[in-house]
Design a binder for this molecule. Sequence first.
Ligand SMILES: [Zn+2]
Ligand SMILES: [Zn+2]
Length: 275
Amino acid sequence: MQNNNIRCPIHPENESVFFCQDESCKDKRIYCHDCQRENSHMANPYRHHPINQISLFLEESQIICQDLLQFIEESFQQILQFKSQLISSITMKYRITIQQFNNMEIQSQCQVIDALINSKNIIKTIRKNMDNPFNQILEKIQDSIRDLRLEEVTYLAQNNQQFQNLFNQSKQLFQSNQYDQALEIINQAISIMPRDVNALNLKGEILIKQNRFEDASQQFRLALIERRNVQSLNGLSECYMRLERTQEAIQLSFEVLGIDNQNQRAQTMVNQLIY
Ligand SMILES: [Zn+2]
Ligand SMILES: [Zn+2]
């Protein structure tokens, strides 16, 4: 990438020549020869880099960021995996229905009652074991969110506004059945915010209207990685229905009804799929 049109923020008549990577630097990060002559960025001259290395710097920063995201993702996956194991173990051992109980032999019935009587201590211990670390983890996560200080970052506001305009424009086009144009605009929005759930969902809905169910399902799956949400589940269910993956479609619609049992779209879907 050529950066020959990056201007100096102090001397806009000049092209910039360097950028400064000194952590403690308070001058503008991008600067020109005139700035240098005026003795800015003198604190640490070894952190000066030619401006044409900016793309390299951005790429390296992306890799560091990606590593952190992956670490967070994997940590939570591990927690979720153990959560499932813990829940299924507790369920297997202690959630015995009357019907199950009635179908057991007398020895097993005695064992069940014994297990349930002794369950109180174990349940108390599990709760105690988990309470403390979980509160601590939640606090640490909140600390990290605070440390990012998003409220101080003004370039995000600029991006947000641009993104929001494109999103609204695409939604209007979608509502007036102009799907090709809607798709073009939502792609621009997604290039600004690639992980925005609403934008991914809208793109999915547009692709459904274009009968591109595989492509649409991919958008909803991306959105679901960000956040388990009703609109993506509904959209994905519809894709699976149209792709004749009926079982998966039913499962997703039931998941929606588990969250919101009045959900019209999921109710309609279940009626179509089952009856
Ligand atoms: Zn300058
Ligand atoms: Zn500097």
